[in-house]
Design a protein around this ligand. Structure first.
Ligand code: BDR
Ligand code: CA
Length: 315
């Protein structure tokens, strides 16, 4: 099985993704590192502890960054994920906070150095912890097996943003961190809106998970109610896009996705702040802020039917 460290801001779809990582035999969930994003770092860390304990995941939980590298936080996305970030599911205030004493970036460096070549990082929140880990010990870039990020929007299928016209939420929360992660000398696969907006958990699909999916299916249904109300009120859709579970699915079966190689940068200022760009033309320009960096793989499509089957079978 692939040993993963799951870096997350739980989060409704983060919870859905964690349950896939826990359920699927191809994944060994070593640790959950938390980050602000969908909620405060306190709420996201409590939610991670709650999920880990409730489902007996046996992962180490580690608290991460409370805000972006060098700009004021955008603040929790209450309208999408609710007051405490898991919609109508509120982890009890007295949930035991059993966490490693190290900050997430330090834990990431230690874990990667202890098992060189073996650890896959799956990041589904703002990329602050990963950027801090790279700053702390750049050599981890050579020792990580692979990095899979849910974030960004490259417009290849007409999806450009979700929290701003040209930015996806995880990247928009900390563009500086994302640019550092994408330009480091490790191999990153980016599962952004180009793929995740092509996969949909319909209301009926979630009802079926509740009917057949035992405790996990029941929980996914419960946690998705608030999310579905948002999708219905704001977007007129009965169901939700499949963001964070897609990053876990990529680790399990990369053949579900079509990828495109090329260096990736993030716009860090101005009206397109948080926009992700991939240079895929193979040309060299006089003024070239891309070509000195290695190619990363951007997912430009997903086999929705096979993804939905994989998820349902695992749950
Ligand atoms: C991403 O932003 C968050 O709201 C979700 O958890 C997901 O990671 C989608 O843009
Ligand atoms: Ca997330």
């Amino acid at each position: 099985a692939e040993t993963i460290i799951f870096d997350t801001d739980p989060g409704i779809d983060d919870a859905m993704a964690l349950l896939l990582a826990h359920a699927h035999p191809a994944i060994h969930l070593k640790a959950i590192t938390t980050v602000y994003g969908n909620g405060t770092i306190e709420d996201c860390t409590r939610n991670a502890c709650y999920l880990n304990q409730k489902f007996g995941m046996g992962a180490e939980v580690v608290r991460g960054a409370a805000g972006p590298l060098r700009r004021p936080p955008n603040g929790p996305t209450v309208v999408v994920h609710g007051e405490h970030a898991m919609g109508d599911v509120v982890a009890p205030a007295d949930t035991p906070i059993e966490i490693d004493e190290r900050p997430a970036y330090q834990y990431l460096c230690d874990a990667v150095n202890a098992q060189p070549g073996e650890i896959t990082l799956v990041a589904v929140g703002p990329l602050t912890n990963l950027a801090l880990a790279l700053q702390h010990d750049p050599s981890i870039a050579d020792k990580v097996k692979q990095v899979v990020v849910m974030g960004g929007a490259f417009g290849t299928r007409g999806h450009h943003g979700n929290v701003a016209p040209f930015a996806e939420a995880n990247i928009h929360d900390d563009p500086d961190a994302a640019d550092q992660v994408f330009t480091a000398r490790w191999s990153v696969t980016i599962v952004g809106l180009d793929a995740t907006h092509e996969a949909f958990f319909s209301g009926a699909y979630l009802d079926a998970l509740k009917a057949d999916g035992g405790e996990a299916g029941d929980f996914i249904h419960a946690v998705s109610r608030y999310y579905l109300a948002f999708y219905s009120d704001k977007l007129g859709l009965d169901g939700c896009h499949v963001h964070d579970p897609s990053a876990v699915a990529y680790v399990i079966d990369p053949t579900l996705f079509t990828t495109r190689p090329g260096p990736v940068r993030v716009v860090c200022d101005g009206p397109a702040i948080g926009m992700t760009l991939q240079k895929a033309d193979g040309k060299r320009y006089a003024d070239d802020e891309f070509s000195d960096f290695r190619d990363q793989d951007v997912c430009i499509n997903v086999d929705e039917a096979r993804l939905l089957t994989l998820y349902r079978d695992a749950i």
